[in-house]
Design a protein around this ligand. Structure first.
Ligand SMILES: *Cc1c(COP(=O)(O)O)cnc(C)c1O
Length: 410
């Protein structure tokens, strides 16, 4: 109304019309909350335009390849359903090459050269496990090292004539010490002629791994890029072609549609044009707003922390002293989650005595809403009905109980 400031009033009409819980996401890009929101109107526009037309899908994927090349510096690229799918396809590609008969033989008959070398500290889960992603291609993980230490010779020992690929995982969920650094990992693998796959699903660095020797790198299209649900595979042309060929085999159940391809291309283009400094400044302002809202509450100490994998992103860490605050981090996380609107914080490390607030992908008015809710919830201290042990179990068990509860109770 004559005001060109963006609205700061949250818009809940869509939730209310559909009977969905109102959700404020200060947790980051979480599958369980719908991952991300479109960063630019072109993303929704391109997605919608594709839904209304027929097109040759190979041409669409060729445009995706050119866009991925521009974005990452890779020789080629293709899109699939998700980064999780990308891991399975990349492994499959390293097993089959461009032989369609071998593609069709997966996952039952991968042949003897079907091992995938992974450092044990990288065997994490992102909703499902790396091991499952590898196994879907008919491959098997060859574990190198122990939980918190992988020595060079331990990796070399699982790089032999039966090793199809070496997989390196970049995530806040992996162990961050005692692991072989990426360049050295790639060198050891290449010395044995083994191609290197990088799971960089949630990394902002879209060029570094390829520059440092990765043969295939996988990114999520729907995390920081804000595209529709999709997985980006970038890398060596021969291996990307072999990934794409998996569409006649295991890739079929991981297929991406025309609408998501066009939306992901629009999101990649938007990323290349985005004013990253302005977004960072907005994120920092949200962190400061929350820090001020929490600043003087007893037992609470809030401060900015860098992203553990080096993404250009900070979060607000909220340390909770249960004696002084009246409840521990798992209980506070649960209490925030049962509000209306639900305030979903980053609570998967709550057992360590803190939760975090993530400022990426904030919708209009949500930073302010979260600030007021945090202050209200923690200062009121109304934790009744929340069992501390169950709250901790729930934080630890990730999303499994939600899947089990779904359509349950009769
Ligand atoms: C999110 C994530 C995945 C899975 O990504 P999707 O695109 O949601 O399948 C895989 N690996 C890592 C390291 C992730 O962070």
């Amino acid at each position: 109304m004559g005001n060109d400031q963006p609205s700061t009033t949250p818009d809940w009409r869509w939730h209310d019309e559909n009977g969905f819980r109102r959700v404020v996401n200060v947790a980051g890009t979480m599958t369980g909350l719908g991952a991300s929101v479109a960063p630019a109107p072109e993303v929704s526009r391109e997605t919608a335009a594709a839904t209304e037309r027929f097109v040759d899908m190979h041409e669409l994927q060729a445009l995706a390849s050119r866009t991925i090349t521009e974005l990452t510096g890779a020789e080629a690229g293709c899109l699939t359903a998700s980064a999780g799918a990308g891991i399975s396809l990349a492994v499959a590609a390293c097993i089959t090459g461009l032989d369609p008969a071998r593609v069709e033989a997966l996952p039952l008959n991968p042949g003897p050269k079907s091992g995938v070398a992974v450092q044990m500290g990288h065997l994490c889960e992102y909703g499902s496990s790396i091991t499952t992603g590898v196994a879907l291609a008919g491959a098997n993980v060859r574990v190198a090292g122990t939980a918190t230490l992988c020595k060079d010779f331990q990796l070399s020992a699982v790089l032999d004539e039966n090793t199809a690929a070496a997989l390196y995982v970049v995530s806040h969920h992996v162990v961050h010490y005692g692991q072989i650094p990426f360049e050295r990992f790639a060198r050891l693998a290449h010395e044995k002629g083994v191609p290197v796959i990088v799971d960089a699903a949630s990394e902002y660095d879209l060029r570094g791994f390829l520059e440092k020797g990765a043969d295939l790198v996988i990114y999520s299209g729907h995390k920081f890029l804000g595209g529709p649900t999709s997985g980006i595979i970038a890398g060596r042309r021969d291996l990307v072609r072999a990934c794409y060929l998996q569409n006649i085999g295991i890739g079929r159940g991981m297929k991406i549609g025309k609408e998501s391809i066009m939306g992901a291309i629009a999101a990649m283009r938007a990323w290349m044009k985005r004013d990253h400094a302005a977004i960072r400044a907005r994120e920092t302002a949200a962190l400061e707003l929350w820090r001020e809202a929490l600043g003087d509450l007893p037992g609470i100490s809030a401060y900015r922390v860098p992203d553990p994998t080096g993404n250009p992103l900070e979060r607000l860490q909220v340390d909770v002293d249960p004696e002084k605050a009246g409840a521990g981090a798992p209980v506070i996380t649960a209490a925030l989650g049962r509000r209306d609107p639900a305030i979903i914080v980053r609570g998967h490390e709550a057992e360590l005595g803190y939760f975090q607030l993530d400022p990426c992908n904030l919708l209009p008015g949500h930073a302010e809403l979260a600030a007021a809710a945090l202050r209200d919830e923690i200062s009121r201290g109304a934790w009744e009905g929340i069992d501390p042990e169950e709250a901790l179990a729930s934080a630890r068990n990730g999303g499994t109980e939600g899947y089990l509860r779904w359509l349950g109770n009769g």
